[in-house]
Every structure is written in structure tokens, then in C-alpha cells.
Design a protein around this ligand. Sequence first.
Ligand SMILES: [Zn+2]
Length: 300
Amino acid sequence: MKKVGLRIDVDTFRGTRDGVPRLLDLLDWHEVKASFFFSVGPDNMGRHLWRLMRPTFLTKMLRSKAASLYGWDILFAGTAWPGREIGTAHAEVIAASAKAGHEIGLHAWDHFAWQTWAGVWGEERMTREIEKGLDVLSTIVGRHVDCSAVAGWRADQTAIEAKQGFGFRYNSDCRGTAPFRPRLADGSLGTPQIPTTLPTWDEVVGRETTAEDFNAFILDKLVKAEGTPVYVVHAEVEGIAMAKQFDELLAKAKDAGIAFCPLGSLLPKDISSLPEGRVTRGTATGRDGWLGVQAAAEAS
Ligand SMILES: [Zn+2]
């Protein structure tokens, strides 16, 4: 069996409430353990979607039928009233994910804020955001949360430095090909990064494939993937509108010899065997704006 890291991003109130329980059932049925990354602060994601209301984004919304995909409550969350705090409202769902044996990590305190401001925030501001999210999430699951994945893959050297003090076992903040350790400003090597290597549903549907053909499309990529593949699904998509297809994908992947696993189990026993690298700002096809990408270590 070929190991593929399965990462589940949870961005919104509705994704936590409706998507996560459905995913827990599916994973349980297929006997798969994964890594859940939760957003626990206010749900302001509606603001995010409206802010992105530019022609390219509008096209993406239309071709991916965003309203039917995400639901109108997600599109309006935080636009007309203050966003509701997800962790407070859905602590039980989050605790149940941990109890079911999945890896639990921090995605964001305020997903919208991180995605919007990570490009201009300094290290201190980022640290405060992570701290707030970790406090809430650790209290909910009753133990130290030891991994994280920034919202929207919005990470650069500043974010890497900000995350260093939290004692994470690993971070999954960028796009890339295989795990590595980023070089820090003080010259030492930082917390391992486990990059996302495969495209997400919303990045390819309407562009490279259709919703109907998505499973065949991604299965082909999963089978052909080399190195240390990591696949990301969203509670808002695969846990709700696309849950039936995701159920099928889990079955087909197993038949194809793919064993999904939590990201942490992709780390070598001895992390000093990991190569050095960097996280720089880049882009990904099908995704708006900048995101963190794995780059080779700087020649010294
Ligand atoms: Zn997210």
C-alpha cells in the first residue's frame, strides 16, 4: 500500500457542524485516520468570499456553482453580523474528532483574517493569532495541540518564524513535493514542514476536470504521485455537497492500493534526516493570490 497523507481543512461554522460529523462517519466506515485542522474563532468567511468578488473569482464561483456548494449561509457569514465563534459553538464535534483517533491541528483562529492579512502582519501579530487559536483548541481536546496548517497556505518566512515557538511536531503550511525543515533567521533548522502536494477540488473543477469526473481525475494523480503525497479536502466541500463522491473516492483509493494516513505518520523517526528548504511566496494554479511554496535551500 502506498501512504498518502490525508488532511482535512475546516474553515467555517457550517463545515464544522455539518461537514465534520459526516466525514467522521465516512472515515470510520473506510477505516481511515486523517489529520483535521480546525478554525476555532469567529466565522467571517463570508467576508472573504465577497472581498474576492473580482472577475476571476466570479468566474470561479459560477463554474464551481459556489452557492450550491458552500450554501448561502457561508457566503453571508460575517458580512451583516459578527461572525460566530466556531470552537465555542461546536466543541463537541471537535472533541469527537480527537476521540475518534484522528490527528488534530490548528488551522486558524480567524481564517478570514489570516488569509487576508498574513501578507502584511508582523511576527508578533501572527503569534497572537496562533496563541488564541491554540488556547481554545487545546482546551477543547484536553491536550497540547502539536501540529498546525495556516489558513489558505498563506505562509512565508515571517509565518515560519512566528510558529517556531509553539513546539509543534510539524507544520503543513505550503505547497511542495516532500517534507523538509526550513532554515530560521537564527541559523538553526525549524519545525518540519509537510507540504500539500496535490490540488484541491476547487482548484481543478471547472478548469481541468468536472465535478462528475473529479474522482477519476484525482485518483489518477494519487496513483501516479511519487515521494510523499499529501491530499487536502475541505469539510465544507467533501463533507457536505461532495460527500457521496468522497465516500466513493475512499473506496476506490483503497482498491488502487492507497492507504490514507495522518500527516504526522509521514515524518521519519529521525527528523534530522529531512532535507533543508525554505518557504517562499508563490502561486498555485486555480487559487487566488499568493501562497507559500517549498523552495530549495539557499546556497551558502
Ligand atoms: Zn482553510
